[in-house]
Design a binder for this molecule. Structure first.
Ligand SMILES: [Mg+2]
Length: 217
């Protein structure tokens, strides 16, 4: 069995993380409206180029407009990003430790450097075989890896994600992959329904129970 697991809102409490990240900006002279304006001002024009939110780029944008203490912000955010274990949901470690490391992959989406910092800060990279930060098409990457690593056709492939579009795309193209829609009450998208999935779970404990019950291997 190979398990591909999403990071934001699945492994990581991104809502709380974002809230605490904003607090650092507020502490160093950036108003909430400056934060929001610079967040989106940076994000929108770059989205088409395939770039994503990165606090360092945001600090640069704020600096240009004389908003906030750039040096202090950079320092404090760098310390903040190095210790993020507290944002990892309580059932994650137990779940990952149930399976051999070689069968586990993290598939994340976002700004490459920033996402990797978050995942490293969360302290879970060592429990999985590889971490990928890639474009918005997870199933394509899963199937590429299935060929690259020559997964046995008898082996179950599992994808756990909170975003319905990833799971719908998977169900349309790859029936072989078992899709788990995780809908944590702490997640940012917990109010969105996902119609095309194999299983719907509230947390990873529930996912583990299904994997066991269905004798996936
Ligand atoms: Mg997610």
């Amino acid at each position: 069995m190979k398990i591909f697991i999403d990071f934001d809102d699945t492994i990581f409490n991104t809502k709380k993380f974002k809230h605490d990240l904003i607090s650092i900006f507020l502490k160093h002279g950036v108003t909430l409206s400056d934060f929001e304006n610079s967040y989106y001002a940076f994000q929108k024009p770059n989205k088409t180029k395939g770039l994503h939110y990165d606090p360092r780029a945001q600090i640069r944008a704020l600096k240009k407009n004389n908003r906030g203490d750039g040096k202090k912000l950079e320092e404090e955010i760098s310390v903040f990003l190095s210790k993020l274990e507290t944002y990892v949901f309580g059932d994650v470690l137990k779940f990952l430790q149930m399976f051999p490391r070689r069968n586990l992959f993290i598939l994340s989406y976002g700004h490459d450097v920033f996402q990797r910092k978050k995942i490293k800060g969360a302290g879970i990279s060592g429990l999985v075989r590889r971490v990928f930060v890639n474009g918005n098409n997870k199933i394509e990457l899963v199937m590429y890896l299935a060929r690259k690593y020559a997964f046995s056709p008898k082996e179950d492939i599992i994808l756990i994600d909170d975003r319905s579009e990833q799971l719908s795309r998977t169900k349309k193209t790859q029936q072989r992959v078992k899709t788990f829609h995780i809908c944590r009450k702490e997640g940012r998208y917990s109010d969105l329904v996902c119609l095309e999935k194999d299983y719907s779970v509230k947390n990873l404990k529930e996912a583990a129970r299904i994997i066991k019950k269905e004798k996936m291997q």
